[in-house]
Design a binder for this molecule. Structure first.
Ligand code: GMT
Length: 382
């Protein structure tokens, strides 16, 4: 199948999921065309069956806002025609589903019929898409998609609650390529560079946005380290990072917290981590938690959104109410204070991650693509 994948190229989860999905589809023989404004961070171009087409928005003094949707829809039209693409899969509703729908209409005018699959990722529904300024356009483009998927049951429920959706939404959870999460053979796990043998290592990875409740992470760690000698690894970059650094200084723990910035080598950090913190305000899935679990790292998270579908309370980690710093710190200590308990939670975390192995999830997408193409064919022949 020839598939166009539209996504954000940044470190956010939706871009990572779209890229990993495209790479695996290419591996299975599909011809994949990534269409976005920059090369996605996890995309290695030297891959058979993988193509990347950059969307350029020409600057013009009249434009106060650059019309990205316009450039994207034109690029989609050109690439579909040039490469005979059979299906568009857009990740993140805003503005991708909207631009995809426009491309579909332009192509239809030329007698080319192409189905569009839209995958909802979370903030496109719960935070940004829900804004009254975007809502009518988001509802419209979801309803006009041929197939709609969401990354968790919770996000599906939320979408029906917040928008007037007439389309069926299919849940296809995010996935992990377990093989890829293992350190390459012979590679060293540099634990001793980060902490002494008597210290535990706690990790957080995100885009440091408000929704991640970064101050909670620092406060939880502040409590943990009063009972368990430990270090905190803060991986990623974003608007809340500077505030977090200041909070560490205020609490007198700056020497125990390492800020890494964005990293493409999270496996090298997760390999020496004992615990992962994700106390988010809302999280449609929590891909970062799944990536941690795949590296046998138990998770302390909030119980919001799709997190209970990923992190199993009392088994792969613990869930607490949003903002309940005391409960999260107490649960972290419960896991870390006893080596046998820690080993059990590590094993369980990996076991839960196996449910989300790419080999189990990818066929669900392939089935949806087949269905979308069949339905398109039926509409065309009527
Ligand atoms: O919040 C982020 O980390 C970025 C955002 C994105 O779209 O890139 O993540 C959303 O999509 C991820 C992949 O499906 C999910 O794992 C995240 O839970 C979701 N974020 C939120 O819902 C806040």
């Amino acid at each position: 199948m020839k598939i166009a994948i539209v996504c954000y190229p940044t470190f956010g989860g939706s871009g990572v999921v779209a890229t990993e999905l495209g790479l695996e589809l290419a591996h299975r023989g599909h011809e994949i065309h990534f269409i976005t404004y920059r090369q996605p961070v996890r995309l290695a171009l030297l891959n058979p069956n993988v193509h990347y087409h950059e969307v350029n928005v020409p600057e013009y003094p009249l434009f106060h806002y650059q019309p990205y949707e316009l450039a994207l829809s034109s690029k989609l039209v050109d690439m579909v025609k040039l490469h005979k693409i059979e299906l568009m899969h857009v990740h993140y509703a805003i503005p991708h589903a909207y631009a995809g729908y426009m491309a579909k209409q332009m192509l239809k005018d030329e007698g080319i019929f192409i189905p569009m699959v839209t995958t909802l990722h979370g903030t496109d529904i719960t935070l940004v898409g829900n804004h009254p300024f975007y809502k009518p356009a988001v509802s419209f483009s979801i309803n006009k998609s041929d197939v709609v998927t969401s990354v968790s049951q919770s996000l599906k429920d939320e979408t029906y609650k917040l928008f007037n959706i007439t389309k069926e939404i299919e849940v296809i959870p995010n996935f992990i390529e377990l093989e890829k999460t293992k350190l390459e053979e012979g590679a060293t796990c540099y634990r001793s560079l980060m902490a002494s043998d008597s210290e535990k290592i706690i990790t957080h990875i995100s885009n440091f946005r408000k929704v991640k409740r970064i101050p909670d992470i620092i406060k939880i760690f502040h409590k943990i380290q009063q009972q368990i000698p430990s270090k905190l690894m803060m991986v990623g970059d974003g608007p809340e990072k500077e505030k977090a650094e200041l909070l560490c200084e205020e609490l007198g723990i700056a020497n125990k917290v390492i800020f890494f910035g964005n990293s493409n080598e999270i496996d090298k950090i997760l390999c020496f981590s004992d615990l992962f913190l994700l106390p988010s305000e809302t999280e449609s899935f929590g891909l970062a938690a799944l990536e941690a679990m795949a590296c046998s790292v138990p998770v302390i998270s909030s119980n919001t959104g799709g997190l209970p579908e990923v992190n199993v309370d009392g088994f792969s980690g613990y869930l607490s109410n949003v903002g309940d710093i005391d409960s999260m710190a107490k649960n972290a200590v419960r896991i870390l204070e006893n080596e046998t308990n820690l080993a059990k939670f590590k094993k369980n975390a990996y076991a839960v991650s196996e449910r989300f192995d790419i080999a189990k999830i990818l066929p669900l997408y392939e089935a949806i693509y087949e269905k979308a193409i069949q339905e398109q064919f039926k509409t065309e022949s009527n």
